[in-house]
Every structure is written in C-alpha cells, then in structure tokens.
Design a protein around this ligand. Sequence first.
Ligand code: UD1
Ligand code: UDP
Length: 385
Amino acid sequence: MAAKRPEAMKVLTVVGARPQFIKAAPVSRALRAMGSREVLVHTGQHYDREMSEIFFEEMGIREPDINLEVGSGSHGWQTGQIMVRLEKVLRAEKPDWVLVYGDTNSTLAGALVAAKLLMRVAHVEAGLRSFNRAMPEEINRIVADHLSSLLLCPSRVAVNNLAAEGITEGVHQVGDVMYDALLEFREVALRRSTILQKIEVEPKEYLLLTVHRAENTCDPERLKKILAALAESSCPVIFPVHPRTMKALLSAGFIERSNQSEEGVTGARLVLDNLSLNHIRLIEPVGYLDMLMLAQHARMILTDSGGLQKEAYWLSVPCVTLREETEWVETVEAGWNILTGTDTERILDALRSFKAPAGEDGARNLYGEPQAAERCVKLLGDLMR
Ligand code: UD1
Ligand code: UDP
C-alpha cells in the first residue's frame, strides 16, 4: 500500500500538561500547514489558567476539540480516567495516528489506550532515559516508547537508548520541537513580555528557580536543602512556583503570611529556620513568553525541569540541575549544565563557580537543526501503511 500524503492524514493529538502544550504548538502548526486533519485532545491533567489556557492563547494553539477534564489524582486514578475517557474518543474518531508527547500520565494513557485499539502511536521526544525507575516519568516514557510505531527522537543518545532496549524500527532522529517553539517565540517574548519591569529586576541580576519534580517536592528535606543553599545567595531569586510545589512548601511549613486569608503566592514569603528569605521572590507560574524572557535574562537557572535545562542551553544561560541525573546529558557534557542534586554544598559551589564555557556562544544545535516539527509531520505521512 502506498504511503499516505500528510494532507490525507487524520492525526489525534493527546496533550495534558504544560510542556506538552509548548511541544504541540509547532507540530500542530506544521500539521495544519501540510493540510493534515488534527483532532486535538486535552486530557485536563493541567487545568489552572497559568498551567494551561495561557499557552494556548500566547502560542496561538487552537482550542482543543475535546477536553477530557480529568483533573488531578493519584497516578493510577489519573491514568485510568484518561484511558476510559479517551477510549470513547478514539473509537469515534478512528484516527490514522495517535500522537503523544514526552513522559506524563497523559502520554502513558494515550499510548496505552491507542495501542489496545490497534491504532498507530507516534511518540514525540522518544528515547529519553534517566535510568531512574523511581521517577514516574521514566515508567511513562518506557511504556510509551515500547508501544509506539513511530519514535521521534531529539538526539543520537535517545536513538541509542532505544536500540539498547531492542527498538530499532520506526526510530528517527528529528531534532527537538521545543527548539522550534523557542526560536519562534524568543523574539516575541522580547517584544511583548513586561515581566522584568513588573517584578522590578534587571537583566543578569537575578537567578531563576523552578522546582516541581516528585522526588524534590515529596521530600521536605530535599526542599529544605535547596532553600538552604539559596538562603546564602546574595543575588535575588525569581521563583515561579508550580502548584504542586506551593502545596509542598505550605505543608512543610516553609511559607509564612502576614494575612492568613490570602491565597497562592499573594503575600507569601519563604521562611527557613525562622529566617524570612525575602530575596527569593515567589511568583505564580508564568506563561511561555514571560518564561522565555525570565530565562534569557537570568544570570543562572536552577531547575529540576526537563524542558528548562535545554532552554537554558539554547539561550546560553548556565544551568544548575537540582537532580542526580538528567535525560539531557549532552548539555552537561557541553559544559552548560551541572548536576548538583539537592546537596546544599554542591548547589553553593555551583552558584559560586559554575560558568558558561568560554567563547562558546555560537551554534546552539546540540539537539539538531530547527524545523523538527516539519520533519515529524513528514514522517507521519511517509510511514503510514
Ligand atoms: C506533571 C508530569 C511531569 C511534568 C509536569 C510538567 C506526570 C506523572 N508528571 O507533573 O512529568 O514535568 O507535569 O509541569 O504526569 N495542580 C494544580 N493545578 C493544575 C495542575 C496541577 O493545582 O493545573 C496540582 C494538583 O494538586 C496536582 C499536582 O499539582 O495534584 C500535581 O499535578 P500532576 O499533573 O499530577 O503532576 P505534575 O507535578 O504537574
Ligand atoms: N515554563 C513556563 N512557565 C513556568 C515554568 C515553566 O512557561 O512557570 C515552561 C518552560 O520554559 C518549559 C516548560 O514550561 O518550556 C517546561 O515545563 P515543566 O518544567 O513544567 O515540565 P518538564 O519539562 O520538566 O516536563
């Protein structure tokens, strides 16, 4: 049977969490540009305006055709609920491809339910491994990869990881769709974002912090060690707080408020051993444009995010990764990223002495050339039999 042209394809995209909206934006646009029909399904895993809607607005992603409105819950419950709700949609829509992104519970549920219905699964950001099965994301991506017939890898390391698990068919190194998003929106951010004025910080005079990984938020000791390092910093720290992290900080007693009726970050200050950490500015999670603005002007980024490690590299900002391992090993090997875990001394050492590699501000192509999204869409068309 001949390969279908992209314009004849029906692709059902499953997204649900913040980084997936960012990854889907360029791919969704490429699908439309090539005339494919896309059914966009939002699982509802993330639902706060600043965790979801703002990305659709800012990045011009069209409204989801269907929102499964699953909301938050335990891993089993959330994955199961997405599967139950998505199964009905897949049966009705009968797409040529089910397209999943990254490593969240939405990815796992999408891949599982599609594979059980004998539908073709394509996985964007295939082959990433931390080799730490205590991470929920590691389980999600291993299963998604093993169920996919098209594996769209951002790097050679990802391709090799798959080969080591015996997956060699349908594997393509396409580059990184997050790079496409960054290249498109970096300038837009410079024109439109007013975040630096709003929070009154000067370029290169602040550190940017994000924390949301389960291993860090579920353990108050690890949170404490991160805060203890930053308590020593003389530089202001801007901290857009993931809702999961806000809950963890509150329950561990690291938040104080003068007015108890206030909610979220409003009026909230970090406190450690009775010391207010006033130089750490808590702000609500920000949209993509504000984030690109904050990231490109930061002196240094401290994070446990996957996406932000790469963005730091692409934006030539040194990154301190608050984890023991990373999937994005190339950024460490290239000298732009350092792994400190949550050890206070290691973080402090990095704050004092970690620097970007000298004279290395040119090509940013560790994860391939731009237009990964177009390559993904072309492969969907080429490989359909
Ligand atoms: C999820 C992904 C993680 C990804 C991250 C991106 C899984 C297992 N984890 O983690 O891989 O890096 O998204 O940000 O899929 N919450 C809200 N409002 C929201 C969303 C979440 O308040 O809009 C709170 C809820 O209390 C929820 C908690 O955050 O229980 C965690 O949300 P969840 O989607 O389960 O996991 P994330 O930590 O966001
Ligand atoms: N991001 C954002 N606002 C924030 C925090 C992160 O727009 O307040 C962006 C960030 O720039 C990156 C993506 O969200 O593009 C990363 O998502 P996250 O850290 O939630 O998940 P991960 O990449 O770790 O799966």
